[in-house]
Design a protein around this ligand. Structure first.
Ligand SMILES: Nc1ncnc2c1ncn2[C@@H]1O[C@H](COP(=O)(O)OP(=O)(O)OP(=O)(O)O)[C@@H](O)[C@H]1O
Length: 279
């Protein structure tokens, strides 16, 4: 299967999804305050920060689901405002937090929904005919997420971890250039949480731009790049070891931590659980 099917550019072409000095108010609350970040195709980036830091609001602004009060979101060097909704939905896929899937539907049909992103009327009627390209994209997404073996089962029969993989397959079936995920490891056990991270890392290595909001800093440390938010602003961004420092985490979370090293990655240990004094 040719992953290039339906794509403008198969492998990392260096396209970006950027926020430039973005401010977003949620109700009366300034949830995002002057954030500038740039995400690239071929990169797995994680947005981290304490509850209420503005992570989901920023993600929704990057998707065009939240308008911005000032500043600009740019997708592939064009203002997001200039993108037609179906074209934008094909280019940037979204995996929402705790996404509800239709329990009665079979896995393959749910994944097929991903092909119609932005092009289905009332979620029921495809506005263009189904083609061989769609068929291949669905088969490819099932294969890459290890969901092919239960493609014929009903969603209601799956575990939470298996369902999350189906959601991922549906998003990948659109063959987007960016994939934005809001807390994709929420409610998943250790194995499934790691599984999601491994899959999105692999997709980034194949050229997809991945941006995930994550709470688990030790899972986030597996990303290529981190953006640490607090009170709607960027505290730090860069490689995991540059961002996950005791100073940055004290600023953002008000918690003292030690940083240990494991397989070349920083490992965050809150001070009250660490052995010995803070390093
Ligand atoms: N409709 C709203 N009205 C008022 N305040 C809001 C609204 N939506 C969000 N907020 C506030 O904006 C801030 C940022 O919310 P957001 O959901 O983006 O944070 P978050 O970092 O994703 O948090 P969490 O980790 O808890 O999901 C929070 O303080 C939240 O209470």
């Amino acid at each position: 299967m040719n992953r290039a099917v339906g794509r403008q550019s198969p492998v990392a072409s260096g396209g970006t999804l950027e926020a430039l000095d973005v401010h977003v108010r949620a109700g009366d609350f300034p949830a995002v305050r002057g954030v500038s970040v740039s995400f690239k195709e071929g990169e797995f980036a994680a947005i981290v920060g304490p509850n209420g830091a503005g992570k989901s609001t920023l993600l929704r602004a990057l998707l065009g689901l939240n308008g911005v009060d000032s500043g600009e979101v740019r997708l592939l060097d064009r203002s997001l405002r200039g993108w037609a909704r179906p074209e934008r939905a094909r280019t940037v896929a979204y995996l929402a937090q705790d996404e509800a899937l239709p329990g009665d539907a079979r896995v393959r049909d749910v994944v097929a929904l991903g092909r119609g992103a932005g092009e289905w009327r009332w979620g029921l009627i495809p506005m263009r005919p189904w083609t061989q390209v769609d068929e291949e994209a669905v088969a490819d997404a099932l294969k890459r997420t290890d969901t092919l073996r239960f493609a014929g089962r009903r969603v209601a029969e799956l575990s939470g971890g298996e369902r999350q993989r189906v959601s991922l397959a549906r998003a990948l079936a659109a063959q987007p250039r960016f994939l934005l995920l809001d807390e994709p490891t929420n409610h998943l056990d250790l194995a499934y949480g790691l599984d999601v991270i491994r899959h999105v890392r692999a997709e980034a290595a194949r050229g997809l731009g991945v941006v995930a909001v994550l709470h688990d800093l030790n899972l986030a440390a597996r990303a290529n790049r981190l953006v640490l938010l607090n009170a709607g602003q960027v505290v730090a961004q860069g490689a995991p070891d540059e961002v996950l420092t005791p100073g940055n985490l004290l600023t953002a979370y008000g918690v003292r931590v030690r940083i240990l090293w494991d397989a070349g990655r920083p490992l965050v240990v809150p001070e009250d659980e660490a052995e010995g004094p803070t390093g």
